[in-house]
Design a protein around this ligand. Sequence first.
Ligand code: PLP
Length: 426
Amino acid sequence: MNNSPQFEKYIRPGKESETLLINQLSLLRENNRQTVYKFGFGQSPFPVPQAISNSLASAAHRKEYMSVQGHLPLRQSIAKFHNQMENKQWHADQIIVGAGSKILLYCVMAAFEKADVLLPAPSWVSYEPQGKLAGHNVDWLTTSFENHWQLTAKQLSDYCKQREDRDIPLILVFNYPSNPSGQTYNSEQLQALAQVMRENNIIVIADEIYSLLTYEDGYSTLEDFYPEGCIVSSGLSKWCGAGGWRLGFHHIPKQLGEAFFQAVISVASETYSCAPSPIQIAATTAYQNHTLAKLFLENQINLLKQISQYCGDRLRKAGVKVHDAQGGFYLFPDFGSFAKKLAVCNIKTSEQLTARIMEDIGVALLPGTAFGMKANSLTVRLAFVDFDGRQIWDEGNRKPHFEKIKQGIEKLCEWLDNLYPLSFKN
Ligand code: PLP
């Protein structure tokens, strides 16, 4: 007897996000008392500042639904915060708050009955499934190590020229500093891209969730060059260490029109209704306290930059192609220079590579394919956040201790050095 329900063939094909899966694999190994170097899952290791947590505790009684668009004082604080910290020119009316920026990305895509979604590869894991869930066609443009995993204006222009029906809206999801590559764009690159975007009326979702964690001052933003078509996505998850609080927002430019804004609000209203009220109150505190935010960010950036540099230097010394991160938590090493040696060990894809590394030495990484890279690309994402943000500094607050990361990187380099013996051990 066939136990599958009749409707099975109608179920949408899908799989659990690979970032969550790798986390489960890591936990499994840990439960078996095996050491795991958790470079797979990329959540902030820093605690939410106490004043903001206190604000959440005292807002626990706020049980009412708030407006779909979001609590007005919160939207005002978000606008003021980003105007001051990042030179934006935002107004609260153009901001919509959601239960994380992820659901808002979906709301923007689902606001279109028909659209094409374009993603540079590598890009964050959820954009493609979201585009498909919204019923859209999703295309990828592959970038290279040599181009710092960045989309070029020429690539974008060539893609637009060959589109068959240019009447269909084109949504480009454009993320910097990037998860997974850690790279960000400079003003010349953004200016050139903006020109192509304008010529082709591209609707861009600029995913700036890591923008406050950019390591160097004066970073560039696409909005400076393409304000009329650029929706900015951000939230509390990364800079404030509050991923599980689920608080994000989008700034949608007026030029995209009232009908579009209302369509996004409508999807929000039919899905999550509003971001949790106590969280919105605590987020208002977070966005109002600029001095606290600056101190918190300074500490994080200082640390992340040192760790990124350490990992990058060590991996390059071992022969791996990798750029230092320019912001955020990630490196995107390319093991292509080991292709021949890896092939001898039956490792020809990034999935085989990450599975084998996990099995042999307990280092958790995500395969490049999870980010839209071709199967034969020997790329991986390395999240260098396997540390406790509360305990990383020495007593004088001068020297960070990230021994676990150092050990994991060392294991990885030794594994590469010993590729033959390890693979023939059975
Ligand atoms: N965009 C990128 C690039 C991310 O890395 C993440 C979280 O990992 C998100 C969006 C989603 O963030 P949120 O917690 O605001 O939904």
